[in-house]
Design a protein around this ligand. Sequence first.
Ligand SMILES: O=CCCCC(=O)O
Length: 484
Amino acid sequence: MLKLRDQSLLETRAYVNGEWVENGKTFDVINPATGEVVAKVTDLSAEEVSTTIDHAYQAQKSWKKLTGKERGALLRRWYDLMVENVDDLGTIVCAEMGKPLPEAKGEVLYGASFIEWFAEEAKRIYGDVIPGHQQDKRIVVLKQPIGVVGSITPWNFPNAMIARKVAPALAVGCSFVARPAELTPLSANAMAVLAERAGIPAGVFNVVPSSDSSGVGQELCANEKVSKVTFTGSTRVGKILMQQCADTIKKLSLELGGNAPFLVFDDADLDAAVDGAMIAKYRNGGQTCVCANRIYVQAGVYEAFAEKLAAKVQSLKLGDGFEEGVTTGPLINQAAVDKVEQHVSDAVHKGAQVMVGGKPHELGHTFFEPTILTDVTTDMVVAREETFGPVAPLFKFETEEEVVALANDSEFGLAGYFYSRDIARVWRVAEEMETGMVGINTGLISTEMAPFGGIKQSGLGREGSKYGVEDFLEMKYLCFGEIH
Ligand SMILES: O=CCCCC(=O)O
């Protein structure tokens, strides 16, 4: 059994209306590094999720009546508990998802930062007063919580993706039904244990683990008591959810696939660009929607960049995330390894060279060697599809115009990165890049203080920052006439 300082954080039941419930059905949570079963978690049906939504609907009626300051105080307590329990929460992330323990703890603190941020924002949900359009009229705009929010979150950030959604929802007065990824439900449950301890009232935050992803997704989208669905995951599933939300004209936030371009110009600080590429590419073993997927390097620095990057990649240590010094964990499952292998083999077949890595690691299970491919061209699958693994394909380019066109030649538009010291180019390229987020001379853009989200088929809406509350609010306009 997974050992924690506070063993009660390893909760396997579902959290519904303030109660920990079981129904006799479970599914296994597997440690991707070892293949061992970490826990058996209660497997709710779509009907049980529907009942949970009823509870959330009732709970929201009183939750929304609290002042922003009162809700913020409860969220602040929740944040404090997450930080106090970072070691255990990180251990849970590492065990169910596989990322190295220090990175897992970093994820927990990142997740907690959204709860802290929105605890503060809870007091600042301002409406507006607009000059009347006639002498006897006054116009006031209220911002009101949208209602019950259903969330569907991925396995790659089992803590932070829930935190980033639930914090703004609760801050403004919504209630929340979280369906965590089937592969990683334990982090969500641990968050619920702490939410309960923090005093978040019954029914306001619910966690509904389930192996029935399509049934539960359909329930959250179709149920009329859910006013909004917020999803992080693939563009393919995002499109299905959007269709399923059409019947109830439900508001949707979608944080979808990325295929991020990473550009290195001749005038870049090459060492900084290499450091940025290491983070943007190999963070979380390449399993992040904002991971650099296509690395374009200008001809004049191509060889030098590749060599410097190779030196760093060779120093990565692959292994079980609980082992000291491990920097890169396993991929989430065999399907993920198969996909990475297919991308590498397609590239090699079409003429790419393997500079580092290139194959599954002898550690077995789900380990794939951190890899660099050179001589990569646009006809290869890696140019179009997200690899979601530790593979850096290096494309060579000649001109700024050419590389901006290549970078934008994608149906996705989540994150993009580039390195240059030419200030005129910096502004030009930043404005031309067709992505919701641009890292300029940095490979790490994620923070609770900035609006995270994409354009094109990378999604709708923004998470984090002062804008992060907007998706959970409705605007109501009051038109006051004169009383005689
Ligand atoms: O896959 C997407 C997770 C986003 C992680 C981040 O906020 O950087």
